[in-house]
Design a protein around this ligand. Structure first.
Ligand SMILES: Nc1ncnc2c1ncn2[C@@H]1O[C@H](COP(=O)(O)OP(=O)(O)O)[C@@H](O)[C@H]1O
Ligand SMILES: Cc1cn([C@H]2C[C@H](O)[C@@H](COP(=O)(O)OP(=O)(O)O)O2)c(=O)[nH]c1=O
Length: 213
């Protein structure tokens, strides 16, 4: 049996990840693959508890504590959800993965990039998503969209300057991993972003089919 695939969606808060994730699940189901939808931080019992700690406005913590907790949740996520699903031949779609740690903890909070590289190697070894869709939006637009939907959590209440750095961090990751990471313009109308995502997915799907022949 073929191994499944691992796809991640990334972007600042309000980029449209959750919206497009629902479409992506339907798209993959229509191709006949079994899909596991998950998210970070979270996805497991321990991970969801860590998520609650990390997003709670009442907590302050050292930036490196935050990074370590993100990777701790990820370690659990890989062990309990992601790797078993892929080994079964399922496709896993995750709302965020380690690119978010480089963007938020690295560029946003100022945790040394090399320390994050070490954590990534420790937790993931040489495991990376097969495809990452990074939805890029200007900071103000992301903020407007989030404010219209829900109360801000510990990250969403950060400054525009913080989110500018996060966005720069994501763009740096795209520069480093141009094969794996596809960038979409999330400021376009929803149907146009979806059409662009559909194009990326068709291309990815055809490539997989070619490799499996
Ligand atoms: N391209 C778009 N155009 C207009 N509204 C959008 C677009 N993408 C997302 N939205 C809206 O913005 C809000 C936040 O989107 P969401 O998918 O929850 O973002 P994220 O998961 O990245 O934080 C939702 O109300 C969603 O309908
Ligand atoms: C995975 C991950 C998320 N985050 C942050 C980004 C988000 O603000 C927050 C939660 O992500 P998300 O699920 O996108 O939040 P929401 O449910 O509000 O849409 O965690 C990091 O800072 N580092 C990480 O490694």
């Amino acid at each position: 049996m073929q191994n499944g695939k691992f796809i991640t969606l990334e972007g600042i808060d309000g980029a449209g990840k959750s919206t497009h994730l629902a479409w992506l699940e339907d798209y993959l189901c229509s191709k006949g693959v079994k899909v596991v939808v998950t998210r970070e931080p979270g996805g497991t019992a321990v991970g969801e508890q860590l998520r609650a700690l990390l997003l709670d406005q009442r907590h302050t913590m050292h930036a490196e504590t935050e990074a370590l907790l993100m990777f701790a949740a990820r370690r659990e996520h890989l062990d309990k959800i992601i790797l078993p699903a892929i080994q079964r031949g399922d496709w896993v779609v995750s709302d965020r993965f380690s690119d978010a740690s480089f963007a938020y903890q690295g560029c946003g909070r100022g945790v040394a990039w090399e320390k994050l590289v070490l954590l990534e190697q420790w937790v993931q070894e040489d495991f990376y998503p097969d495809l990452t869709v990074y939805i890029d939006v200007p900071v103000m637009l992301g903020r407007e969209r989030v404010n219209s939907v829900k109360a801000a959590d510990r990250f969403e209440s950060e400054t525009d300057a913080f989110f500018d750095r996060v966005r720069t961090g994501y763009l740096e990751r795209v520069r480093q991993f141009p094969q794996r990471m596809q960038i979409l313009d999330g400021s376009l109308p929803l149907d146009e972003v979806r059409a662009a995502l559909a194009g990326v997915m068709e291309h990815f799907w055809l490539n997989q089919a070619l490799h499996e022949k």
